[in-house]
Design a protein around this ligand. Structure first.
Ligand code: PHB
Length: 368
């Protein structure tokens, strides 16, 4: 029976344990999308994770929806990320980058020339974004023209190539949590009648084109995908969840991607029992490496490995416990996250959470 503390491999990424770090938006990058120097220390402190999935990172200027999120579309971004990956690797860790386009979850103030955010259809989200002036409702988006979609596919492939040149061990294509690729999958956000809408295959087409383009660029062994079939965050209300995701899981399985990472629950949002049953059933459609995520603790994580999951990704627990794998292994108490310091700011609540301190006193000798 696999335990949380066994090594293994996903695609060509070898990992030393099954305690993964989930992607976490922390809003501490520079305004131009260059990751901050502080990120080197923050990620290196967490290098005992089997795998770090670094925070959602926009693939283009249009892919940005929040203040101070990082990017991966130019050489400046690559050079800064390179320092993060070098340091994580030097400490024995593995790290992949999450490729992000927010689609309609954006605000004109984040868009080039103050333009409208891009989306499958011009349906405004009942969701918040964070701007220079604070929390604002997402702006009304503009529906992408059919022949603009290929350019965004190319942006994903370009970002994947840059991520590898920045030293990442692979990428995770973010198709979850109500952002652009999820907006194409869901029936309430995709009202299109071209080849990217109207039925299951068409709604999944953009995602699968992105997956194929990224695989062509960096290889299937380095390509993972994140989905949230039961998710409602960012105003997602999908009337055809079972049909959409039965098809998508099977198509991803055929492509033999390195991993499928599923946000089964989102902080603060309840998931119904039928949805939990559906999530379990869907797993039968995907015959590859499955990473579970969402409100797991040590016992529930151990149980989900027993059902065949490869690993469990922990989000908030990894913020407050940089040494989370060691704490879980030894059974040490977990520190609580400082909710006021999640988004934006300095090292406080970011890279200043201590490792667990054990006072070792040698009997009859000097203390060490
Ligand atoms: C967020 O910034 O709140 C955020 C980003 C990416 C996610 C979920 C939430 O997948």
């Amino acid at each position: 029976m696999t335990t949380l503390f066994e090594n293994g491999a996903l695609g060509d990424i070898t990992v030393k344990n099954r305690v993964f770090m989930a992607p976490l938006t922390r809003n501490r990058a520079h305004p131009d999308g260059t990751p901050h120097e502080m990120a080197i220390k923050y990620y290196t402190q967490r290098a005992s994770a089997g795998l770090i999935v670094a925070e959602a990172t926009q693939i283009s200027p249009e892919g940005k929806g929040y203040i101070n999120t990082p990017g991966i579309y130019n050489e400046k971004h690559v050079d800064a990320w390179r320092k993060v990956t070098d340091s994580v690797h030097a400490t024995g860790g593995k790290i992949v980058l999450q490729l992000w386009h927010v689609g309609r979850i954006s605000h004109t103030s984040h868009q080039p020339n103050g333009g409208q955010p891009l989306a499958p259809s011009d349906v405004r989200a009942n969701a918040d974004t964070f701007t220079e002036s604070g929390v604002e409702m997402a702006s009304t988006p503009r529906a992408l023209l059919t022949d603009e979609i290929g350019q965004i596919v190319d942006q994903y492939a370009h970002a994947a190539k840059l991520a590898i040149s920045a030293g990442f061990d692979g990428v995770e294509i973010h198709a979850a949590n109500g952002y652009l690729l999820n907006q194409f999958i869901s029936t309430n956000t995709n009202l299109r009648d071209d080849r990217y809408g109207g039925n299951v295959e068409n709604r999944a087409r953009f995602l699968l084109e992105v997956v194929d383009a990224v695989i062509a660029e960096i290889g299937l062994d380095k390509t993972g995908v994140r989905l949230s079939p039961a998710g409602t965050f960012n105003d997602i209300h999908d009337e055809q969840v079972a049909e959409n995701y039965t098809y998508i899981y099977a198509e991803l399985g055929k492509r033999r991607i390195a991993f499928l990472h599923v946000a089964e629950k989102f902080p603060g949002i309840a998931v119904s029992d039928p949805d939990l049953d559906l999530l379990a059933q869907l797993r039968n459609e995907f015959n590859g490496t499955y990473i579970a995520n969402g409100d797991y603790g040590r016992d529930s994580a151990t149980e989900v490995l027993e059902t065949g999951a490869f690993a469990v990704a922990f989000g908030r627990p990894f913020i407050a416990n940089p040494d989370l794998p060691e704490r879980l292994e030894i059974g040490l108490p977990l520190a609580d996250v400082n909710e006021d310091r999640l988004y934006g700011g300095d090292e406080t609540g970011y890279s200043d959470y201590p490792r667990f301190e054990v006072n070792v006193r040698r009997v009859g000798g000097a203390t060490q």
